[in-house]
Design a protein around this ligand. Structure first.
Ligand code: ZN
Length: 272
């Protein structure tokens, strides 16, 4: 069974778990989450939850958690030196954000998307992002273009430093900033969900290598947006997302189909 990061309505396995509804995904803001019900912003409980949220998010983006891996409250609470209640809230939040899969009566799992799930997510990104490009190309003001230029520069520095998780996050943020310039909260909510999923796909299926967006392609896209080259920008964005999708699909397919020749090498050798 494939596990996708789609956040359906569900009831988490644990007692007292919050009921989570599918809803627009927003930027993670761990500090805004109430922990242990005391309601005070910046309380010790909130700080613990923010730490647990950051630790699990980073583990996901670093590829240390494998597709389909169960995340048990008890083990996480021990490893992260916090209460099971704090872990439960963070897992519910990550499920709500589409970064974990929550299954009724079974608990939380790292997503294990099927090849078709991956194709559908990238298809949605292509449709959304090329539509945004068509609507904003040649219409961005100097301040907006300066924001994109500055972001591309930050990406290039991170790329050169070799900070992998940060580079993945910055690459995703470039696309979100671009989509944000279409000035639609509806699009933003959908885009956050899609970009979070594709960031996770990249981390799950290629944790060791750089395979996030190349900053040079982002810089070229900004240049085309500045010059109003709509068709060229759409072609570049399409090719850019096609390439990212192809790389994730290749690795996901390899993970899905065991290399029986390698597994049974001795048996094959015996037959020869
Ligand atoms: Zn990109």
């Amino acid at each position: 069974m494939s596990r996708t990061a789609a956040p359906p309505s569900f009831t988490a396995a644990s007692d007292n778990a919050p009921r989570v509804q599918a809803a627009p995904i927003t930027e993670p803001d761990p500090a805004a989450v109430d922990v242990e019900g005391d309601g005070a912003p910046g309380s010790a409980g909130q700080q613990i939850e923010a730490r647990v949220y950051a630790a699990i998010s980073q583990a996901l983006l670093s590829g240390k958690l494998r597709p389909g891996m169960p995340l048990r409250e008890r083990n996480l609470a021990q490893a992260l030196d916090c209460t099971r209640g704090a872990v439960r809230k963070v897992l519910a939040r990550l499920g709500f954000e589409g970064k974990l899969v929550l299954e009724p009566n079974r608990g939380a799992f790292v997503p294990q998307p099927s090849l078709d799930d991956i194709r559908q997510t990238y298809r949605a990104r292509r449709v959304l992002e090329t539509g945004v490009i068509a609507s904003i190309c040649g219409r961005l003001n100097d301040a907006q273009l300066a924001v994109l230029d500055a972001h591309v520069e930050t990406e290039a520095r991170s790329h050169a430093d070799g900070t992998h998780e940060r580079s993945i996050r910055l690459a995703g943020e470039f696309h979100l900033k671009l989509i944000g310039m279409a000035d639609s909260a509806e699009l933003d909510a959908f885009a956050h969900q899609l970009v979070a999923k594709t960031e996770l796909y990249k981390a799950l299926y290629d944790p060791a290598e750089f395979m996030h967006c190349a900053p040079t392609e982002h810089a070229q896209l900004v240049s085309q947006l500045r010059d109003g080259e709509t068709q060229a920008a759409i072609s570049l964005a399409t090719a850019h997302l096609d390439e990212l999708e192809a790389r994730v699909l290749t690795r996901a397919a390899a993970a899905e189909t065991p290399d029986f020749r390698a597994i049974f090498a001795e048996a094959f050798a015996g037959e020869a």
